[in-house]
Design a protein around this ligand. Structure first.
Ligand code: ZN
Length: 246
């Protein structure tokens, strides 16, 4: 079965929304393009409930700052996948050190995570009448995760379309972007106000640190996610010039 090709502005989309920088940018991207946008988040025994709280604050801040987008933003869904989390135990879901393993994957890799998320999201989207799934998977900066590659997403799109008996399209607007380009995209979509929201409200730190607000947001500053986020923002600010940056 061929993927859906209808991207009329009236059609709806479901954004896989974790409360991090990438999925928040995807949410804005979706709100700019689609007439109705819903969000889904997954609880799978993450160590950090802080990520789930960030989801609510990002949504609320977007509603407050962007009335046009607020009119299109629909329900938020939270799905409990703690049973899966128990099976797929890794540094994100258990107290293990964040490092690289012998097979070349970071210990933060949760086996099959995006496959499970996309399957559950597709079932939800089908029930909600939303033909498009949108996710922040990215293979540019951080190719350690095989389930973030477009090749995997294409295969999932085919499998889900066949298995659900209806066309499913999975859009990954950040797939080829660097972190600096993701900040630039956020600025294109919502200007300094959106950059500010993503900077202050989203959460990406693997350690769940939210005590200190750095000029790149909250985080420990030392884990791979913080390093990537800080470096990306620094690069974007250099590229954009001091004027565009907040
Ligand atoms: Zn960190």
């Amino acid at each position: 079965m061929k993927p859906a090709t209808n991207s009329s502005p009236d059609s709806g989309a479901l954004v896989l929304f974790s409360g991090g920088q990438d999925s928040a940018t995807c949410l804005a991207w979706a709100l700019e393009r689609y007439g109705h946008v819903e969000t889904v988040g997954f609880g799978y025994g993450q160590r950090h409930a802080v990520e789930m709280q960030a989801r609510d604050s990002v949504r609320a801040a977007i509603v407050a700052a962007f009335p046009d987008w607020a009119a299109k933003l629909g329900e938020d869904h939270v799905v409990d996948l703690s049973g899966y989390g128990a099976v797929a135990e890794s540094a994100l879901t258990a107290e293990r050190a964040i490092e690289w393993t012998a097979d070349g994957l970071p210990t933060t890799f949760v086996p099959g995570r995006n496959l499970v998320f996309l399957t559950v999201a597709a079932a939800l989207a089908r029930r909600r009448g939303l033909p498009v799934l949108i996710g922040g998977m990215c293979e540019t900066d951080y190719s350690g995760y095989p389930d973030c590659r477009r090749e995997t997403i294409d295969a999932m799109q085919t499998a889900l379309s066949l298995g659900l008996g209806a066309p499913v399209r999975i859009e990954t607007p950040l797939m080829r972007l660097s972190k600096a380009q993701t900040w630039a995209l956020a600025h294109d979509l919502g200007g300094g106000a959106l950059v500010e929201i993503i900077l202050e409200k989203t959460h990406t730190c693997y350690r769940g640190e939210r005590e200190t607000l750095h000029d790149w947001g909250y985080g420990c500053g030392a884990c791979p996610a913080c390093e990537l986020r800080a470096r990306g923002l620094r690069e974007w600010r250099v590229q954009a010039g001091a004027k565009a940056a907040p």
